[in-house]
Design a protein around this ligand. Structure first.
Ligand SMILES: C[S@@+](CC[C@H](N)C(=O)[O-])C[C@H]1O[C@@H](n2cnc3c(N)ncnc32)[C@H](O)[C@@H]1O
Length: 239
């Protein structure tokens, strides 16, 4: 991950990056124990979330219109797969002017506990308030390779994956393939799956097109953020 190397160099993260660099260089990013350790790293109370690649502010202009697009459920259901301690779910919940029903899942209980405590007002913070009174947010522990305990088939209009497929793929393509199939299973027929990644379209697009044959796959360039260009891979159902 070029972005991972860049992120580890970014000045505000140097202290944590030094602690992470050793283990990440030799570890498998599909390993839950590694993620539990990373998510347990102390963070300043003024910065209660930590985002890979980029944060909510960078993509809100991209995400909010998607929530309005071809809406069949009100509020639309959004699933962030491998949410970690990212501010994507909390940003949508607190800032979307339209109602939105957001679920963040991660296989790390440490990340899920942190986000639930942030939502409920732990760590000396106020509880989070929705941007719309009908909006809803919760976090649950789940494995992206088997979302059945938290997500029935076809139940989400928008699926967000920021760096999770990339991490799972580090453990081997069979697991990553299983994760993508799970994402497609829980996506509603008209829904959209977005994989945010720094992986080049030459590599990612052929794989997505081959696996998501009944859907339309497109790519959009994002950034550069912190000097790195990212990609949003959109897998959409029939219009
Ligand atoms: C690169 S981080 C991205 C975190 C977050 N999406 C962000 O953008 O900041 C990958 C995340 O995927 C989670 N993860 C890795 N494998 C997973 C799996 N099999 N099921 C659920 N979560 C997983 C990790 O705990 C971690 O939070």
């Amino acid at each position: 991950m070029a972005a991972l190397r860049q992120m580890l160099r970014a000045p505000p993260l140097q202290a944590r990056a030094r602690a992470w660099a050793g283990s990440l260089a030799t570890s498998c990013l599909a390993d839950r124990c590694l993620w539990d350790r990373l998510h347990a790293q102390p963070r300043p109370s003024s910065v209660p979330t930590f985002d890979w690649f980029f944060g909510y502010e960078e993509v809100k202009g991209f995400l909010l219109p998607l929530l309005q697009e071809g809406r069949v459920a009100c509020p639309p259901r959004v699933l962030d797969v491998g949410c970690g301690t990212s501010g994507l779910c909390t940003g949508l919940y607190t800032q979307s002017p339209h109602p939105v029903d957001v679920l963040g899942v991660d296989f790390s209980p440490v990340a899920v506990a942190h986000m639930n405590s942030l939502l409920e007002g732990g760590q000396g913070q106020m509880p989070l308030s929705p941007g719309h009174p009908a909006s809803h947010l919760c976090f649950r522990q789940a494995d992206a390779l088997n979302l059945r305990p938290v997500a029935p088939s076809g139940s989400f209009q928008l699926l967000l994956d920021k760096g999770t497929w990339d991490a799972v793929a580090r453990g081997g393509l069979p697991g990553a393939h299983q994760m993508l199939l799970e994402c497609l299973r829980v996506l509603s027929p008209q829904g959209t799956l977005i994989q945010f990644s720094d992986e080049d379209p030459d590599v990612r697009l052929p794989y997505l097109e081959q696996t998501c044959r009944s859907r339309t796959v497109t790519v959009q360039e994002l950034g550069p953020f912190g000097g790195i260009t990212y990609f949003a891979y959109l897998v959409k159902g029939a219009p």
